[in-house]
Design a protein around this ligand. Structure first.
Ligand code: NAI
Ligand code: OAA
Length: 288
């Protein structure tokens, strides 16, 4: 019996619950949201699918889940320029979440922005092994990168490391084609604005995040042991510590099985160092 817990069943948490049920990934989904009418509506809507999945709203049952998805808190509106600007709004939500989750022994997936800092904060407050805290966002950034590469006539694997935010690091070196620094910067600039176009049009990104969260859940539960771009609490990898940052990580049933240290070209290496320094400043918020 596999159990998935989702805290915050708004746009992303709700859709991730639905997709996990529709794809038959788990036997039970435990959901909770501070906004009671929404919670009730999401539970009913899930039940009305008739899918063979147990739905619970027992907050205490979250602690016993195999996977816990943290998707509660404030999202961006067009008035909020960067994901990092959500830090102060969402720190209290991270704190409340960690209090509820003390004693959790499964795998955490952090979604709430600024995701890298919040993943670091949850890890610190829960006091669990860093391999059990996975920050989600790199798969989504990589899917967006793949689209821009295709438009530029470049094929090959699309990997994005670094911050899930303005300091994201697309790995052009992995594609086998170098469009030059000018074109790299132009593509990066479009990637930085990719989600805001969706937020402006429909109030938030939903299908992209929910789909890739479901794929991450499947990778964990099936113990696929494959490398994905995930935010991991670093301990010297890529020359960085005291932060959680997007890196290639082998993911399986126990969470992060290993972090792969890839060679980056000079442009990527400089961007990665900038991303690390930037996210470290956000993570310091959790070091006090
Ligand atoms: N990492 C990623 O790739 C992505 C991250 N996000 C982030 O995920 C978060 C959620 O986004 P949306 O679902 O669009 O927002 P939303 O506003 O639709 O849903 C958030 C939900 O959290 C609930 N909530 C707030 N505080 C809570 C608490 N203490 N306990 C339980 N529930 C609580 C709210 O009532 C609301 O229903 C945002 O921070 C957003 O920026 C969104 C998309 C992708
Ligand atoms: O951009 C946002 O605020 C939501 C998000 O993280 C994404 O869709 O990548």
């Amino acid at each position: 019996m596999t159990s998935l817990a989702i805290l915050g069943v708004g746009k992303v948490g709700g859709e991730a619950a639905f997709l996990s049920a529709a794809l038959g990934l788990v036997d039970e989904i435990v959901v909770y949201d501070v906004y009671e009418p929404l919670l009730r509506a999401q539970v009913l809507d899930l039940q009305h699918t008739g899918l063979d999945v147990a739905i619970s709203t027992e907050m205490a049952a979250m602690r016993d889940a195999d996977i816990f998805v943290f998707a509660a808190g404030t999202p961006r509106t067009p008035a909020i320029k960067t994901r990092a600007d959500l830090l102060e709004a969402n720190v209290p939500v991270v704190e409340r979440c960690s209090r509820h989750l003390q004693g959790f022994s499964g795998v955490v997936i952090t979604v709430t922005n600024p995701m890298d800092a919040n993943n670091y904060g949850l890890w610190k407050m829960l006091g669990i092994d860093r391999r059990r805290c996975i920050g989600f966002g790199g798969q989504l950034d990589s899917a967006r990168f793949a689209r821009f590469l295709k438009e530029a006539g470049i094929s090959g694997p699309a990997w994005v490391l670094g911050e899930h935010g303005d300091h994201q690091v697309p790995l052009f070196s992995k594609t086998g084609a170098d469009p030059g620094v000018g074109e790299r910067e132009a593509i990066l600039s479009r990637m930085r604005g990719a989600s805001m176009e969706v937020i402006r049009g429909k109030g938030g990104t939903v299908f992209g995040p929910a789909y890739h969260i479901a794929m991450l859940i499947r990778t964990i539960l099936d113990d696929r042991r494959e490398a994905l771009p995930c935010s991991c609490v670093l301990d010297g990898e890529y020359g960085l510590s005291n932060c959680s940052l997007g890196v290639p990580a082998r993911i399986g049933r126990e969470g992060i099985l290993g972090i792969e240290e890839w060679d980056l070209d000079p442009w990527e290496g400089a961007k990665m160092a900038e991303a690390g320094a930037f996210v470290q400043t956000l993570c310091r918020r959790f070091d006090v």
